[in-house]
Design a protein around this ligand. Structure first.
Ligand SMILES: [Zn+2]
Length: 480
């Protein structure tokens, strides 16, 4: 991967219905750098108002070598114009390719700008800041005689959205293989692309807060995206956006093991699409070496792991299940894992009453949200102060001692004083953490039956653990 062609492997030719384009003159392997090129003219949005930009463009074009100028003038212009300054500016607006991720700078490239668009493009363009050149890499194997294509789209959407974007910005109707699929195949593909796009929006909207408050759900979204891509066809560019998201989710929660694996995947993808001299490859190589150098590291340590936690003997299906934290289907008689802090969270790990995304409820709306899985707050009673409401001091599974109030919303159904004593263990299903006006932590319960009290004096003894596990198991029959 990341191979640079030593001699031209393409020719600029007339393509029926498309003007000129690039044709592969030999088989090109995926990952090959097809073009590495400096712009002949460039433009930046910070370069002033439209008149100043047009003036700058006029000067740049006039100072080109005659052959380059003729080549520039032979490029298409879809913008109306009244004079040569406006015409040349129109050529730039029609043909410029981005020089950087922020799209505020672009350039005209003699070869790369001849590459036509296809929604199922076989090559991709990136601006490489290390070498100050635009690169074009093959993102799949290209056969001799095949047209080399890139995507002009901001993202790969459904057919209608693609057609609208291309018509609005480039004034043509795409008839690539993807846009020519029969309606039923196109519908199926569009539904998948819509879902990928929707997930991009959810992750972007959730921001850093959701990476920490609902990491498992966010990781599930990225897992879904990657499975959708593999259901269609491998898309190195799409995957190259998804895996960095997975990396951020892992490292924001202290998960060194998964972050390292995701960083390695990003390096592999970027070697194919950007090449080994790309600054992004160097960045993710460093993050692979030490994920803790990322500035999100330590925001939460909820998923804390070390490099030793990377499983080595799992088969690929089990490994993928571990990597994406996929929930295993619950079978009858199966006991919950007491060490699993999502099933048996500490007080600090419980969902709170805020309306933000969480891994525990199916939506952020407090009035209508429903648990997505079973969880149980376990704590040893250290002291008892009162019963209406229950007011105790407890030690949670992390050994944190805290005062705790347990409210129920059913009058007369408070927990009986005879059922609770110092040394007993509280088990509260679907517990939600709250902080009172006086900054005291408490747990609010809708139904007192969600509390079980064990009488063992030994802290989290095996027998009590079993009680709690089976308590959880029996409640798995409850309709959520
Ligand atoms: Zn198309």
């Amino acid at each position: 991967m990341g191979v640079t062609a030593s001699q031209p492997i393409y020719a600029v030719e007339d393509i029926p219905g498309k003007g000129r384009g690039l044709i592969a003159t030999k088989d090109i392997a995926k990952g090959t750098r097809i073009i590495s090129e400096k712009p002949i003219v460039s433009i930046s949005q910070s370069g002033g108002n439209i008149e100043q930009l047009q003036l700058s463009m006029h000067q740049q074009v006039n100072s080109l070598r005659e052959a380059d100028k003729q080549e520039f003038l032979s490029m298409m212009n879809i913008c109306p114009y009244n004079n040569s300054t406006e015409e040349w500016f129109g050529i730039v607006r029609t043909n410029a390719l981005p020089m950087g991720p922020d799209l505020d700078a672009g350039g005209v490239f003699l070869h790369a700008c001849r590459i036509n668009h296809a929604c199922d493009n076989n090559a991709t363009n990136f601006w490489n800041e290390n070498i100050n050149q635009l690169t074009i890499h093959a993102i799949r194997d290209i056969r001799k005689g095949e047209e080399i294509t890139i995507s002009y789209l901001s993202s790969l959407r459904n057919r209608q959205a693609r057609q609208e974007e291309l018509l609005k910005n480039f004034k043509f109707t795409c008839s690539c293989r993807l846009c020519s699929l029969p309606p039923d195949q196109s519908r199926d593909r569009d539904a998948k692309l819509d879902r990928i796009h929707e997930i991009d929006g959810i992750i972007e909207q959730g921001g850093i807060e959701a990476l920490v408050s609902a990491p498992r759900r966010m990781l599930g979204y990225v897992d879904e995206q990657i499975q959708l891509w593999s259901d269609m066809s491998p898309n190195e560019v799409g995957l190259g956006r998804a895996y960095p998201d997975a990396f951020q989710i892992a490292i924001a929660n202290g998960d060194f093991a998964r972050a390292r694996i995701f960083a390695e995947k990003v390096v592999d993808l970027y070697l194919t699409t950007l090449g080994k001299d790309s600054p992004d490859v160097a960045q993710y190589k460093e993050l692979f070496r030490d994920p803790t150098t990322h500035n999100y590291y330590g925001i939460s340590m909820k998923w804390k792991t070390t490099v030793e936690d990377i499983p080595i003997e799992f088969d690929s299906q089990i490994f993928e299940g571990w990597l994406w934290k996929r929930r295993k289907p619950v079978t009858e008689g199966q006991l919950a894992d007491f060490r699993d802090r999502e099933t048996f969270p500490s007080f600090g790990g419980l969902p709170d009453q805020s309306g933000c995304e969480s891994d525990y409820f199916d939506c952020g709306d407090i009035a209508t949200r429903r648990p997505m899985h079973h969880w149980c707050f376990l704590a040893e009673v250290q002291d008892v102060f009162g019963f209406s409401p229950l007011h105790v001091v407890v030690k949670d599974v992390n050994g944190v001692v805290l005062p705790l109030l347990v409210h129920t919303s059913c009058p007369g159904e408070q927990i009986s004083p005879s059922k609770i004593q110092k040394g007993y263990t509280l088990a509260i299903l679907y517990a939600v953490r709250r902080i009172s006006l006086f900054r005291k932590p408490f747990i609010h319960l809708e139904k007192p039956k969600m509390v079980k009290v064990g009488s063992s004096r030994r802290e989290m003894s095996p027998s009590l653990t079993k009680t709690c596990r089976s308590f959880l198991y029996h409640l798995t029959d409850c309709k959520l």
